[in-house]
Design a protein around this ligand. Structure first.
Ligand code: M6R
Length: 609
């Protein structure tokens, strides 16, 4: 995710802003920039560079930005590729803005502003806000904060938005909705950032902004209010985390932080794409009509492959287009039968995985259409694909993929609904129901995460097991595979995922009182069958850990331990059933003293074969 910093006070802003951005480097970014108000000229100085912060520092050496009021940003591309023109700050007539988040209605606003004669110099959604604020100031808004309010009344979406203006040179104004923003209190100086680590070397006294709040920051202090202008008072908090804890937002590991970021990752991935008014999904303007397709082939590796297996269920059931799922490493060498009437969907959070990239090249060589799903804008796979549905999970630092997996599921659900509407199979009322259910998934995940807790007791019970089995049916089968992968990669316990119906064809021979068997048994069409499998495991003294739907009293009596998730329809269950497996794997790995974020022998991005 992008990083934001701001400073107003007696010191030179540039070194403080660059230092703050450096503290946010761990989050990943593709470009960076600063805007500082020069007190000698009253003008804004702006510097932006693609690549690492060192590039920005070189630019600042060539052209220093003196001044005591400034804002800075590291960008992780969402709208528009990484480039200097798309890097923040964006400025219009002496108003400069930096933004984290996504404005859903930016195209509509951009069209209106263009019709009014305004010109744009970037592909971003952010630039519209600089225009809206400039427009409001031009129309007589008496203060910068008033102009910000006028602009915010027109936008829909998520934002942490920070503004400086030549017309109001002693202040910074900012607003928050869904993306974090925190004020740092200094002595005669004030700081602002998207994350605490950015200002920890200057202050530990902070005030977190809440949803729909606006702040005016001057060297002497800050004024907090709501969108309607009513003042808000909130005492500051003292941050006791050290710098490393602060990077993890207080969590002990990035993996745990990322597990808890999933509701936000899904909400951001859905944002602006669900169209409840037309019971449809907008894939950022990309039109995918499945009536011209012979079939869909999903290719990916590891966790992304498991997302692909669930994508098959989604696309086949909603669009009725035949789907195959293949491991990219197999697909590239098996001389696949594909051609111009097939669509390859390549799923890769990094967008750089060598096998998936090679599979895309192979498909393209056969004239096959290619749609990518990736978390990294302009990475190698999107660059050679016809289009990309980006997940907006933000950078994932833990090697074990968690939030990128569920964000991929969200992208696949969007694609399936979009295709279903165009195939004619998915009628408007059912699409409307799915859209409503999908939009509610982030809240369901939040509920599930807080109800599950840390699962330390489960970890203490099972941490010494030598082998684990995970079994499921339907969409729970890929979740069984994903649960087993998560456990083995960070706890180093041998684990296998199986389709539950396969148990009697071999794996049941492994079951005894030393093998925990995780049975995915949410309520749904496969419930009775999976309960039969569970009973068979118990009959062989297997230790059953069940994942079940809240309120299922029958299940509570049948397992040694039950991990509960909220009730949702079968296609949506993977968003929730994977959560206890992620937390359990994490808790077991921690209990075994492993390096959770960087497990042995593994890399985050596998760019070699
Ligand atoms: O970046 P990708 O999604 O293409 O990566 C694919 C796999 O390497 C990745 O999912 C890997 O299996 C993770 N370590 C799983 O947690």
């Amino acid at each position: 995710m992008c990083g934001i910093v701001g400073y107003v006070g007696p010191r030179q802003a540039t070194p403080i802003l660059v230092g703050g951005l450096r503290r946010l480097e761990y989050r990943g970014y593709d470009s960076a920039g600063l805007a500082v108000l020069d007190p000698r000229t009253g003008k804004l100085g702006i510097s932006r560079s693609v690549g690492k912060l060192v590039e920005l520092e070189r630019a600042l050496e060539r052209q220093p930005l003196p001044g005591h009021v400034g804002i800075g940003h590291t960008r992780w591309a969402t709208h528009g590729r990484p480039s200097e023109a798309n890097a923040h700050p964006h400025s219009v007539n002496g108003v400069a803005v930096v933004h984290n988040g996504i404005f859903e209605n930016y195209l509509e606003l951009k069209r209106r502003l263009q019709a009014a004669g305004r010109e744009f110099s970037s592909e971003t959604d952010t630039e519209i806000v600089a225009h809206l604020i400039d427009e409001a100031l031009g129309a007589g808004a008496p203060t910068l904060v008033e102009a910000l309010r006028v602009a915010l009344s027109q936008v829909v979406g998520a934002y942490a938005l920070v503004v400086v203006s030549e017309r109001h040179p002693d202040e910074i104004v900012a607003a928050k909705n869904a993306s974090p923003l925190v004020i740092g209190l200094g002595n005669g100086e004030m700081f602002l950032a998207s994350d605490v680590p950015a200002m920890l070397e200057h202050t530990r006294d902070v005030v977190f902004l809440e949803e729909g709040e606006v702040v005016e920051l001057r060297a002497a202090g800050f004024k907090l209010s709501n969108l309607a202008g009513a003042p808000i008072t909130r005492p500051s908090r003292r941050i006791l985390w050290d710098a490393v804890q602060a990077e993890k937002n207080g969590y002990p590991h990035f993996m745990l932080k990322e597990i808890h970021e999933q509701p936000r990752a899904i909400a951001d991935t859905l944002r602006g794409r669900l169209q409840p008014e037309t019971s449809d999904v907008d894939l950022d303007g990309y039109e995918l009509d499945p009536r011209s397709l012979r079939r869909v082939v999903l290719v990916a590796c590891g966790t992304s492959f498991h997302a692909g297996l669930i994508g098959k269920f989604m696309i086949e059931s909603l669009a009725r287009v035949p789907c195959e799922v293949d491991l990219a490493s197999e697909f590239r060498y098996r001389d696949p039968v594909i051609g111009p009437n097939d669509l390859l969907i390549a799923i890769s959070q990094s967008g750089e995985t060598a096998d998936t990239l090679a599979a895309v090249k192979e498909a393209r060589a056969h004239g096959c259409r290619v749609l990518a799903i990736s978390n990294v804008v302009d990475s190698a796979i999107p660059r050679i694909s016809e289009a990309t549905v980006y997940t907006h999970a933000g950078p994932e630092i833990g090697v074990a993929s968690t939030k990128c997996f569920t964000a991929q599921l969200a992208a696949l659900a969007l694609i399936a609904i979009h295709m279903g509407r165009r195939s004619g199979h998915l009628k408007a009322p059912e699409a409307a129901r799915l859209i409503t259910e999908l939009a509610a998934i982030p809240a369901r995940m939040t509920t599930a995460l807080s109800a599950l807790g840390d699962l330390k007791d489960v970890a203490a019970r099972y941490r010494d097991a030598r082998d684990f089995l995970f079994i499921g049916r339907g969409t729970s089968f890929p979740i069984a595979l994903e649960g087993a992968l998560k456990l083995k990669e960070i706890s180093y316990i041998h684990a296998e995922g199986y389709a539950a119906g396969e148990m009697k064809h071999g794996p049941i021979a492994l079951v005894d009182d030393g093998v925990p068997v995780v049975v995915l048994a949410p309520r749904g069409p496969h419930y009775d069958k999976i309960i039969s499998n569970l009973v068979q495991v118990r009959a062989r003294n297997g230790r059953v850990i069940a994942v079940g739907t809240e309120g299922d009293t029958q299940l509570a009596d049948m397992a040694e331990c039950v991990l509960w998730v909220p009730d949702v329809s079968p296609l949506m269950q993977p968003f929730l059933t994977v959560l206890p497996l992620q937390i359990m794997s994490y808790a077991i790995a921690v209990a075994r003293g492993n390096d959770v974020d960087q497990p042995r022998n593994l890399a985050k991005s596998v760019t070699v074969e």
